[in-house]
Design a protein around this ligand. Structure first.
Ligand code: HAM
Length: 451
């Protein structure tokens, strides 16, 4: 037997329904926020990630899936979405659009060669947004609000929004110097990688996976003490817009993020879910005002975030949150004779075209076994075809709950189903409920959204 690669997953069955639900919710939410869908290649030239994410980030130094294509070009499976989107923004000259800022969202697989563990996969799916072309602090708050609203719409209540600012270039440089001075005398107490990071980028020591519990890291200089006046003012403005949106947050001066492109606002959203373990960050992002320029485009202020859909589903499972997933069909069409089967083929097509959720028999089951199959599919109505009825243009239809059977004229079938399904209490109760405060945060105006 050939097994799937380590750290990868097959998503199927009940689990796949949850994924589809979350994906549809994302699409509907993004429509409300007026963000446009973008799809970029799963692999890009390796140079993009080296220049974009940075030469000192673990994601690039240790975790990329690199390969040479048949023309000997260096390629890399994307470890994240931002660099590819910035490449696309520059290549497609989106900065020239009259419609600014460019607000984009994506939902796709990413690849990192990590040590597989709960919440840390080698193939994982990120939903993310990128806003390119504005430095207004108002958009920072809007971007942070997106995962907050998404998670609360899904019913995840105990989440923590942590924000920080790395400031502008001057602030970052001052902070870098302070870290260098702080770590230099103690560097031998840290791992080999951190020794390497010291001169190249001491910020990376702060998100070292090996030394993460070393007290030296906990007592390290804090970003906030190195922000210049302008950066502090900007950070205050972002916070005031978050207050305006009613989003609770905690300032955490230790958040520096694991990718090199950030400046000013950075944030992470943690789930406080029992049993989650240490990989409980559901979403992370921040501002990256220099990246477009680094990759050859014009100076462009940008901000974005990404969240791991696998981690979100894991949190929903641990919290035992039932998503309002449709678990039934409306009609199961049954038959025995070859002429009934032929009739079933077109009837199923006709009913589906009329908008009903319909299935039929494909494996030659007996009529008795077809009843069982209809029950397995949780069908609301059964159509039991019979050559005699068909001669009279009639159809036998059975309500699978009340067991009431009726002969219905063909012309009347759609009307009959419409009427009776409307009477049925088949609306699945939404588990998504919220208090007033949460409701105010849900800018789409409610939770009982059709998606
Ligand atoms: P990131 O923090 O590397 O940021 O990843 C964002 C989210 O993706 C994480 O919070 C986590 O939920 C999920 N994630 C990351 N790695 C894994 C993994 N190995 N297995 C499962 N889930 C994972 C970025 O990727 C940035 N591009 C975000 C961004 C967009 N910043 C600005 N714009």
């Amino acid at each position: 037997m050939i097994n799937k690669p380590k750290g990868c997953y097959d998503i199927y069955g009940e689990n796949a329904k949850k994924w589809q639900y979350v994906n549809k919710l994302i699409d509907s939410l993004m429509e409300k926020y007026n963000y446009n869908y973008i799809r970029t290649p799963i692999f890009e030239s390796s140079e993009l990630f080296h220049r974009g994410i940075g030469e000192t980030a673990d994601v690039v130094t240790k975790e990329t899936y690199d390969f040479k294509d048949r023309a000997d070009r260096n390629m890399t499976l994307r470890p994240e979405g931002t660099a590819g989107i910035v490449r696309s923004y520059i290549e497609n000259k989106m900065y020239g659009d009259a419609n600014q800022p460019i607000k984009l969202y994506y939902n796709g697989t990413m690849y990192r060669y990590e040590r597989p563990q709960s919440g840390r996969d080698r193939e994982f799916t990120q939903f993310g947004v990128e806003v390119l072309g504005t430095n207004d602090p108002m958009i920072d708050a809007e971007v942070i609000s997106i995962p907050v609203v998404l998670l609360s719409m899904l019913g995840l209540k105990d989440i923590k929004v942590k924000i920080n600012s790395l400031g502008d270039k001057e602030s970052r440089d001052n902070y870098r110097k302070a870290l260098l001075e702080y770590f230099r005398p103690h560097i031998k107490e840290l791992c080999e990688d951190c020794n390497d990071r010291l001169e190249k980028n001491p910020l990376r020591i702060l998100d070292c996976k090996i030394d993460k519990d070393n007290p030296l890291l906990k007592d390290a200089p804090k970003t906030i003490d190195y922000l210049n006046e302008e950066s502090k003012k900007r950070f205050d403005e972002v916070k005031s817009y978050l207050d305006e949106l009613g989003i609770d947050y905690e300032e955490d001066y230790r958040i520096v993020r694991g990718l090199d492109y950030y400046n000013h606002t950075v944030f992470e959203i943690e789930a406080n879910v029992e049993g989650f373990g240490s990989n409980n960050v559901l979403a992370g992002g921040g501002r990256y005002n220099a990246l477009v320029n680094t990759l050859g485009g014009p100076e462009t202020a940008c901000i974005g975030f990404a969240c791991g859909i696998g981690r979100i589903i894991q949190a929903l499972d641990l919290e035992k949150i039932q998503l309002p997933i449709i678990e039934n069909i409306e009609v199961f069409v049954m038959y025995v004779s070859p002429t009934e089967k032929k009739y079933a083929t077109s009837l199923v097509q006709y009913l589906r075209a009329a908008g009903f959720r319909v299935d039929t028999e494909y494996t030659g089951r007996s009529l008795k076994a077809q009843f069982k199959q209809a029950d397995r599919l949780n069908s609301k109505f059964l159509i039991i075809l019979n050559d005699e009825d068909l001669k009279n243009d009639e159809i036998k239809i059975k309500n699978n709950k009340t067991k009431k059977e009726e002969l219905v004229g063909l012309d009347y079938l759609i009307y009959y189903l419409d009427e009776n399904l409307a009477d049925e209490e088949y609306e699945i109760e939404s588990n998504i409920s919220c208090d007033d405060e949460c409701h105010d945060k849900c800018t789409n105006g409610g939770h009982d959204e059709e998606i």
